[in-house]
Design a protein around this ligand. Structure first.
Ligand code: HEC
Ligand code: HEC
Ligand code: HEC
Ligand code: HEC
Ligand code: HEC
Ligand code: HEC
Ligand code: HEC
Length: 531
């Protein structure tokens, strides 16, 4: 039994109300109304939005309780039958304004995690995070990656080199979406008392204007970072397509799968006929969310700004002032994060059946991604493959293989090629690809851990341990990596090192069955006899 009192990490990120207080000096009313929007409240300090409750998860036999102790948000896990403590963590941040749900983050030794339980608005209670509901044991710690944070926090930083979720400094500078996430660097503007220019989306070219909303409101079926690019570096005024390529399955038009408002709107007659004249801000004021009593009138005025034919407003359904109730109905997807729940196709006669239609066709096609390359397409297939869609393997392989020259300096592409080669049994090609990655970036986690595993299988234990230890150094929370390293250490006769590796990982994954069992199994680690 391990009781872990997580090292307390004082939250340092500031919420929008503090981060953007300077703007309030000159844009006071806009600032005040913005503070009430879901975007301003997309995340924040855990103690400021804490749902205190106890939740029993029967399949795993763990009882979780979220409580407030002296102004601190605390998550505790206990064995349901014995009440023995398993772990206790201080929650630092919440994520989600609460429309659908709220999830919480905590840190242990600079590793950032997501709590295994989340609060769901629909049931007004806690439950396991998606995918963990059926688990019959306590799940491993859930690493929180910067790619996941980038739309919910502001000025998200890259994790330490070669790590998934370790942040020596703050993972993000602010909670909520700050003004600068849409307006870019404001320092000159503030210093010059408003004289120096600042990005105003309304004055940008359509593509860079739309990129701002797209950067957070579009996912596609899959999106990949362009070669050598990080989405974290995107700044308002630029094109998001320089950083990300988005793909959808060809047959899957705008059904209830993870479809965003961006995709739907692009299909509407309003948008297709209006072209660049129309954007998200034709209807939304990003600084203001209308109250429920105002919303019908608010959106009606937006529709009528374009649908201004004489007499239309009076003659067209005078009995119902809410245009959106007929043309932009709710889709029934309210409970699914990252799916539009208001139909942005703006149909003449909304046909809900169109949402249920099954989809076919699994070729990926790019959307909103001018300039997407074959390499990007290959990486998109590869990403779906990693998510478990085995049928994409041949296409990922074929495209990547063809791109060998193009990806000679592209670590992500080479990692993918290395993994696919290894899976296909071509160890030599795999090793070559991973070694190339390590010359580009000696701390690349995929190359270190996968080449390490590959070499272990070939009995090259010392080389393997070198690589795996480098990988584990910055990723001590990753139980799978710990287990691989411990096995190799044991094979090499280094029993004490193997146990220490597992003990390290148990700090972050208290009570994780796999780790404990392996720790017990590794009793006799004998150095291999020389052959
Ligand atoms: C000292 C006063 C002052 C401060 C502080 C200030 N602004 Fe401004 N801002 C102005 C003035 C003056 C204008 C000129 C336009 C106008 O008439 O409103 C302006 C205009 C803008 C515009 C429109 C620019 C355009 O080209 O249309 C944006 C966007 C903006 N400010 C954002 C911000 C943000 C974000 C902050 C905080 C980081 C901020 N401002 C802080 C004074 C200020
Ligand atoms: C591309 C941007 C983007 C990324 C990446 C992203 N989200 Fe979101 N998320 C959104 C947007 C926009 C919404 C709100 C609208 C919606 O649900 O479609 C949202 C909604 C949510 C909600 C519901 C919030 C509420 O108020 O009810 C949760 C919880 C959430 N996201 C968690 C996550 C987690 C966990 C990850 C990482 C695995 C993640 N998101 C990655 C953009 C993103
Ligand atoms: C989600 C993106 C987003 C955020 C966050 C945001 N803005 Fe804006 N802002 C816009 C867009 C888009 C426009 C242009 C609106 C239009 O089409 O006229 C704009 C316009 C402005 C203008 C020009 C005057 C006006 O009302 O149109 C000012 C000033 C401004 N924003 C200040 C701020 C300040 C201050 C904050 C933070 C408190 C902020 N904005 C946060 C997107 C954003
Ligand atoms: C940095 C990421 C980011 C950017 C940029 C961004 N959004 Fe959002 N937006 C979010 C997130 C996250 C949420 C969901 C917040 C929640 O409920 O937790 C959201 C929610 C919304 C909502 C629903 C809440 C409401 O106010 O009723 C609208 C509408 C919206 N965004 C419009 C826009 C528009 C328009 C733009 C471009 C001008 C934009 N957003 C740019 C992240 C972003
Ligand atoms: C930026 C301008 C603009 C805005 C804002 C706008 N529309 Fe449209 N809409 C158009 C144009 C242009 C057409 C095509 C020509 C026409 O019918 O006038 C159109 C067409 C339509 C159609 C017919 C669709 C079809 O397939 O035949 C409907 C219904 C509609 N709009 C409803 C709305 C509603 C409801 C709103 C507000 C929620 C709205 N529009 C906002 C420009 C706009
Ligand atoms: C023709 C008007 C119109 C346009 C254009 C429009 N929206 Fe909306 N949007 C709405 C309405 C109406 C709602 C529902 C608001 C409510 O119920 O309070 C909504 C809701 C949302 C929400 C909340 C989640 C949901 O699906 O209900 C988000 C996020 C959002 N819009 C994002 C966007 C983005 C991003 C764009 C640009 C690609 C956009 N919208 C363009 C009218 C519009
Ligand atoms: C009670 C439901 C309802 C409401 C409310 C409603 N509409 Fe419609 N609207 C319809 C239907 C149904 C049609 C299709 C009529 C047809 O096909 O003959 C339609 C057609 C349209 C068209 C195509 C018009 C044409 O002549 O081709 C537009 C544009 C439109 N609506 C806009 C709006 C706007 C803007 C509002 C709010 C001011 C609104 N509607 C309110 C049900 C509604």
């Amino acid at each position: 039994m391990l009781l872990v009192l997580a090292a307390e990490l004082r939250p340092q990120a500031t919420p929008v109300r503090q981060a953007d207080a300077t703007c309030a000096r000159c844009h006071a009313s806009l600032f005040r109304s913005y503070l009430d929007t879901p975007m301003a409240n997309a995340s924040g300090l855990a103690a400021e939005n804490l749902k205190t409750a106890t939740f029993v998860h029967n399949p795993s036999g763990v009882t979780y309780s979220v409580s407030n102790g002296n102004g601190k948000a605390v998550l505790e896990a206990r064995d349901s039958s014995t009440s023995m403590p398993i772990g206790k963590w201080t929650l630092s941040y919440f994520l989600g304004s609460g429309h659908l749900g709220i999830t919480y983050l905590y840190s242990v030794d600079h590793y950032l995690f997501e709590s295994p339980v989340a609060w769901y608005a629909a049931s007004r209670s806690y439950d396991m995070k998606p995918g963990l509901g059926e688990m019959r044991e306590r799940p491993p710690a859930l690493p929180m990656e910067s790619g996941c944070l980038r739309c919910h926090m502001s000025e998200v930083q890259a994790s330490d080199r070669g790590t998934i979720n370790r942040f020596q400094a703050e993972a993000f500078l602010h909670t909520g979406i700050t003004c600068e996430m849409c307006h870019g660097d404001s320092s000159e503007h503030v210093r010059s008392a408003g004289k120096a220019a600042i990005v105003n989306p309304a004055r940008l070219e359509a593509a860079s204007r739309d990129s701002i909303c797209i950067s957070c409101h579009l996912e596609g079926d899959v999106s990949v970072e362009r070669a050598g690019r990080s989405a974290l570096d995107y700044r308002p005024g630029e094109l998001i397509s320089s950083y990300l390529a988005y793909y959808v399955r060809g047959g899957a038009s705008l059904t209830a799968r993870g479809v965003s408002e961006v995709e739907q709107l692009s299909q509407s007659t309003c948008k297709r006929v209006s072209g660049d004249r129309m954007s998200c801000t034709s209807c939304h004021n990003p600084h203001f969310t209308p109250a429920p009593t105002q919303r019908a009138a608010f959106f009606r005025a937006r529709c009528l700004a374009c649908h201004s034919q004489a007499g239309f407003a009076i003659s067209h359904h005078p009995e119902n002032p809410d245009c959106t109730s007929c043309h932009m109905p709710r889709t029934g997807a309210e409970n699914i994060p990252h799916v539009a729940w208001t139909d942005h196709r703006i149909l003449r006669q909304p046909d809900k059946r169109a949402f249920a239609a099954a989809t076919s066709g699994d070729e990926l096609v790019p959307i909103f991604s001018p300039g997407a390359t074959t390499r990007d397409l290959a990486m998109a297939y590869y990403k779906l493959l990693l998510e478990g869609e085995r049928s994409y393997e041949p296409r990922a392989w074929e495209l990547l293989h063809r791109q060998q020259d193009a990806i000679a300096n592209d670590a992500a592409g080479l990692d993918a090629l290395g993994n696919l080669s290894a899976e296909r049994g071509d160890n030599q090609a795999a090793e070559q690809a991973f070694r190339r990655v390590l010359t580009l970036d000696p701390s690349d986690l995929t190359a270190l851990s996968n080449l390490g595993t590959l070499l272990a299988k070939q009995g090259r234990l010392n080389d393997s341990m070198d690589l795996l230890r480098k990988a584990f150094g910055g990723n001590r929370d990753v139980s799978g990596l710990a287990m691989n390293l411990a096995r190799v250490e044991c094979m090499a006769g280094q029993s004490e090192a193997a146990h220490e590796t597992l003990r390290d990982a148990l700090v972050y994954n208290p009570d994780l069955k796999n780790l404990r069992q392996l720790n017990e199994q590794l009793t006799s680690c004998n150095a291999p006899k020389s052959r």
